[in-house]
Ligand binder design. Structure first.
Ligand SMILES: Nc1ncnc2c1ncn2[C@@H]1O[C@H](COP(=O)(O)OP(=O)(O)O)[C@@H](O)[C@H]1O
Ligand SMILES: N[C@@H](CCC(=O)OP(=O)(O)O)C(=O)O
Length: 366
């Protein structure tokens, strides 16, 4: 079967709601037009749509500032229904059927659920149905929350092996500093690497309904780049133009994919999983895994923290507690402690094929 090119489009709350806090129908229609053109050109698109909380608040006439977390989640329960109702109606006018996928961080942290989500997305995409993804706001809280759909959209892009991630927002790209505060700020058209200098430029959200601002878009662009995916951050003012962006026309800020990007399983270790324990290693082992691309052997392990079963993702730290890598442990914490007490130094703890190394606040091949 011919493999279609996949693309993820993320649109933010501020771009989907109008001044009254209600769904912005003309904007949504233009987005639907853009996505319909992608279908016509043979793309398999995924839409990551925010807006549940904002649309719910507008509909209910509630004011964000005075709301508790459960009340915001309640607003999302109402708004998510409204969003899907409107998308369904608009996409059907183009003959496109849609399916709703609501995810939490925990869903993607669990390898089996991650694969299940991938299978469902593939089933929808291969049958020409448009998946519309959002965070499952009604149940996601605190540590199981992404909190921003930018990060979620980058993980989804990796999950479906997209070629391109387009983040549509209320500004036309990344500026040298927040243009709402600095009138001299300049648009940066291409970013080859999301390094600390670039991250310094990015501030938080500029609108009352947005979450994370440019900062979380950079987190997303970094995850996408290290998953081999290009990201374009651009204005949502004319979403019908996404077809031109997909065809390679420059727009907003383009973040280039990394040359040495992580393949699917390592993407999950790096960006999806949540470590279940910590393995502290000495300087020799640190060098072996980060510089010499070796597997981690028991001889270099100093201490084990946590109680994890074999096959868990663990964080590998140096003797100062600084994270060096993440990987899947061959041994349970209990067995690993046993090996350390009764030295079997050649015992492999993490195979190099299951290791990713930390570099500038993200992960790369070791
Ligand atoms: N360096 C920067 N360049 C561009 N925008 C920035 C920058 N720093 C902060 N921002 C803010 O990020 C906002 C976009 O993020 P956000 O409000 O979360 O939108 P969305 O709802 O689309 O996710 C912009 O409106 C802008 O005020
Ligand atoms: N899941 C939330 C959106 C969270 C979020 O990332 O918002 P945004 O910064 O507008 O993309 C919602 O649907 O309201």
């Amino acid at each position: 079967m011919e493999q279609h090119k996949r693309i993820v489009i993320k649109i933010g709350s501020s771009s989907l709601t109008n001044r009254q806090g209600l769904l912005d129908e003309p904007r949504m229609s233009a987005l639907v037009q853009g996505i319909a053109s992608l279908f016509e050109k043979g793309w398999q698109p995924v839409l990551v749509s925010s807006g549940a909380v904002a649309a719910g608040l507008g509909h209910l006439g509630w004011h964000r500032a005075s709301l508790t977390m459960p009340e915001r989640q309640a607003a999302a329960a109402v708004g998510q229904g409204l969003l899907m109702e409107k998308y369904n109606e608009l996409f059907l006018t183009k003959g496109i059927k849609v399916g709703q996928i609501l995810l939490t961080k925990e869903d993607l942290a669990d390898r089996r659920r991650y694969i299940n989500a991938r299978n469902t997305l593939n089933a929808l995409l291969n049958r020409g149905v448009l998946p519309i993804v959002n965070e499952n706001d009604t149940v996601a809280f605190a540590e199981i929350r992404f909190g921003d759909n930018d990060t979620l959209s980058a993980l989804v892009a990796g999950l479906v092996e997209a070629e391109l991630l387009i983040i549509l927002t209320d500004i036309d790209g990344l500026y040298s500093s927040d243009p709402r505060k600095d009138p001299a700020a300049k648009l940066i058209p291409v970013v080859r690497q999301v390094d600390e200098k670039i991250v310094q430029a990015a501030g938080g959200s500029g609108s009352p309904v947005g979450t994370g601002g440019m900062r979380t878009k950079l987190v997303a662009a970094r995850i996408a780049a290290r998953s081999g995916i290009r990201t374009v951050v651009t204005s949502a003012a004319h979403p019908e133009n996404i077809i031109d962006i997909a065809a390679g026309k420059p727009a907003g800020t383009s973040f280039e994919p990394a040359a040495n990007y992580l393949k699917s399983r390592k993407q999950w270790i790096a960006f999806g999983s949540v470590p279940r324990g910590t393995v502290m290693v000495d300087a020799g082992a640190a060098r072996a895994i980060t510089k010499d691309h070796k597997s981690l052997l028991a001889v270099g392990v100093v201490r084990v923290k946590g109680n994890f079963p074999a096959g868990s993702v663990v964080s590998v730290v140096d003797e100062q507690g600084q994270e060096l890598a993440r990987g899947i442990s061959n041994l349970s914490a209990e067995d690993l402690r046993l090996v350390l007490k009764n030295p079997r130094w050649g015992q492999e703890v993490i195979n190099r094929d299951w290791l990713v190394c930390e570099r500038s606040f993200a992960y790369v091949n070791c």
